[in-house]
Design a protein around this ligand. Structure first.
Ligand code: SF4
Length: 229
C-alpha cells in the first residue's frame, strides 16, 4: 500500500510499477492505454488490470501488422474481459487506399503519420483523456534512456510505470504470470511493429534495433517528435 504522501516527488527508480499505476488511476481517472501488445505492453496490461484499471486498451491497425500481433491482441482481450479493447482502423490492409501501398519504403515517416499517428490522434481528440498509460522503458533504446515515470509535454501527460524495468525483469514477469506474449518475441523480434519495418534483433543490438533498420528512423511519431501524443 502506498503512503498517503505518495506522489511523483517521492518516486524513485525502485518504485514498483504497480504503485505508479495505482497513483495514476487515482490522479487521472480518465487514464487511457494505447498498446501495440509488445512484451512491455503485455506486462503493463497485466499490472494495470491488477491495479484495477477497467478502461480502454487502444490499438491502431495499420494494415501491416503481423498475424501474430493480431492474435496476441485477441488472446489478451479474452484474458482481460474487464477491459475494453478498441481497434482503430480495424480491417485496414496495404491496398485499402489510405496511402500508397509502398509508402513505407519511400517515406516511412509519412506512412506512420497517416496509418498510425493520425488515427490515434483523432481518437484521443475525441476522448480527451488527461493522461496516457504507456509501456516504454529506458533500456529499450538509447533514445529512451531518460524516460521518467511521469512525462509532461506533448498534448497530455504520459505515465510510464515500466521506465526503470529491464528486459530481463519484463521477461521474468511474463513467464511467472504465464502472459500471452507475441510468439515472434521469442524468435528475436524484441520490438514488433509492422512487418515491412521490423526484423529480428541481432546479438548486442538494443531491443528496438529491428524497427525501421537502415531507414534512419527510430520512432513512429507517437511518443517523440512534434506530433507526439
Ligand atoms: S511501421 Fe512501416 S508500415 Fe507501419 S505505419 Fe510505419 S512506415 Fe507504415
Amino acid at each position: 500500500m502506498a503512503p498517503a504522501s505518495f506522489s511523483p516527488t517521492t518516486f524513485s527508480p525502485g518504485t514498483e510499477p504497480l504503485e505508479i499505476i495505482r497513483w495514476a488511476l487515482d490522479t487521472y481517472p480518465d487514464l487511457l492505454m494505447p498498446s501495440a501488445f509488445n512484451l512491455n505492453g503485455v506486462v503493463l496490461l497485466d499490472l494495470a488490470a491488477q491495479a484495477g484499471y477497467q478502461g480502454e486498451v487502444v490499438f491502431v491497425d495499420t494494415g501491416f501488422h503481423f498475424p501474430e500481433t493480431l492474435s496476441t491482441r485477441d488472446r489478451l482481450a479474452a484474458r482481460y474481459p474487464q477491459l475494453t479493447f478498441v481497434t482503430l482502423n480495424s480491417g485496414a490492409h496495404p491496398d485499402d487506399g489510405q496511402t500508397d501501398p509502398g509508402l513505407y519504403a519511400s517515406d516511412p515517416d509519412a506512412c506512420c503519420a497517416a496509418r498510425k499517428v493520425a488515427p490515434l490522434q483523432a481518437y484521443l481528440r475525441q476522448k480527451a483523456p488527461a493522461a496516457l498509460l504507456n509501456a516504454r522503458s529506458r533500456d529499450q533504446a538509447a533514445t529512451r534512456a531518460d524516460i521518467p515515470f511521469v512525462e509532461e509535454g506533448g498534448a497530455r501527460v504520459k505515465i510510464n510505470p515500466l521506465a526503470h524495468w529491464t528486459r530481463e525483469q519484463l521477461e521474468a514477469y511474463a513467464r511467472d504470470h504465464d502472459l500471452p506474449v507475441n510468439p515472434l518475441y521469442w524468435d528475436g523480434f524484441l520490438s514488433i511493429g509492422c512487418w515491412p519495418c521490423t526484423r529480428a534483433v541481432r546479438p548486442g543490438e538494443d531491443a528496438r534495433a529491428g524497427r525501421w533498420a537502415g531507414k534512419g528512423k527510430t520512432e513512429c511519431g507517437l511518443w517523440a517528435g512534434e506530433g507526439r501524443l
